[in-house]
Design a protein around this ligand. Sequence first.
Ligand code: NOJ
Ligand code: MG
Length: 556
Amino acid sequence: MERTWWKEAVIYEIYVRSFQDSDGDGHGDLNGITMRLPYLKSLGVDAIWITPIFASPLDDMGYDISDYTGILDTFGTMEDVDRLMAEANRLGIRVILDMVLNHTSDEHPWFMESRSSRENPKRDWYVWHPGKNGKPPNNWVSAFHGPAWTWDEHSGEYYLHQFSPKQPDLNWRHPEVRGAMFDMIRFWLNKGVAGLRLDMVNALVEDEQFRDNIWKDTREAVDYSRLASNISLDTENFVDRTRNQPETYAIVEALKREVLDPVGEIFTVGESWPCSPEVAGELAGPGRLDVCFHFDFLDLGRRDLSEFRRIMNKWETSLESRGPDAWNAWYLSNHDMPRSASVFGSAKHPKESAVMLNCWLLTRRGTVFLYQGEEIGMTDIRYPGIEDYRDIMTINHYRKLLGDGMDPRTALDTAAAASRDNARSPMQWDDGPGAGFTTGSPWLGINANHKWINVSGQLQEDDSILARTRELIMLRKSFPTLVYGAFRQVETDSDRLDCVFREDGDHQFLVVLNFSEEPARCRCLEECTGEAVFYSDQSSDSQVLGPFGARIYQLR
Ligand code: NOJ
Ligand code: MG
């Protein structure tokens, strides 16, 4: 296995709008990030992935871009970007940008031209279709509810949008689109960007014949009105013709060959939704992307450890068939997912469970992504009313449920439970009124628990979640075995424990984690003579892990 910076890196995801406001307008911004770089450095972070910073009407919080080389006003200016890059570079922190290639905003000049008439030279830069018998051409759906097609009255055709109607899909089969997007990426690489996170990269092209999405077993068209969710993450049961088309892989290869390779080693992580190890094996690999994100554990129930373990192991073992250099990307939360502490943690043992989860993450084989706030154990937020939510997906979901006849209270509960705002509440820096995030009025409500869950308080304690997470990062950095070493799951007689060996010619480690509120006896500790290099629980019996205990033993 070839050693590379990005395999060893702990990459910290910054959701820009909620990270740090520097000018009191209630919105996180670029100068806020620059201000906090020393904090990230001391945490041991190697690189930051910053969510889109480009000009946008914010229908989908910046994932709808109207100018790829312009900076969103509330975030700052190009000079602020340059300052952030220079400061990050000085501290040895790499910067990874979020590239949204599948769609633009409908307010992007390209789309405005494209929709102006059927004869416009940019008409085919997007995906247009006359429809079938006065209806959309097929059953494709938007991830934000409703059909993926919107009728354009003016030019008399439907356009495709796999997300909101304000996010029209680009037509990646068009060479000019490819050329324009590649040039845009070159512009950012020239600024010294070290890597790219490619938003929804598996959605770039759709079936050329516009065939319906079908069930794999019956081959019948999927009736999405009968499904609980529009977005099926299930590659086993559905043929989704808007995703994972072979031409996508050719585009990724061209991107690598024509744009990235000439600049140097640019790290790429593709977001793929849905994703299976087979899809990851196509998207990532020699001449293609470096790693992929998958969403396999998005729908997991609270603390379903056996299922969690099964899923994660599937990805681990898939490396064998995916080739000698295949590599995984690990994360437990991001700006689209609930917070790990709220899914797998415990309100009774908030500290222990958050430390245990970070221990899980930082002992995996693969590139580690740590979402902002996970280092202090931030939890999901629940807002009182639908008007407090900003996520378009939540608002549409709520409206749909009301439309289906659900009562407002249940509709709110249901939409809130799945809301992406859960993990987007502002970063909790201190216990003051704006949580140290802002001196103004925050764009999205701050969690009341910032009073006791915050960075500044945890910086003062030796055994805070923050301190322990930092310790884990340092441990990972001191022992490449924890990054590259073979990964061997140990069978346990408890469904509450997760035990893993990480080993290579130099060292051997045993990682033991208790995913439950009950103490758990661990058989593999019976003969363990190793030294505990990380120990989080108070248990007096060395073979019994306390609630949410996490330990790492060095065996050699
Ligand atoms: C994935 C992003 O993470 C999400 O926030 C966004 O809504 C969609 N892609 C569409 O760009
Ligand atoms: Mg601001």
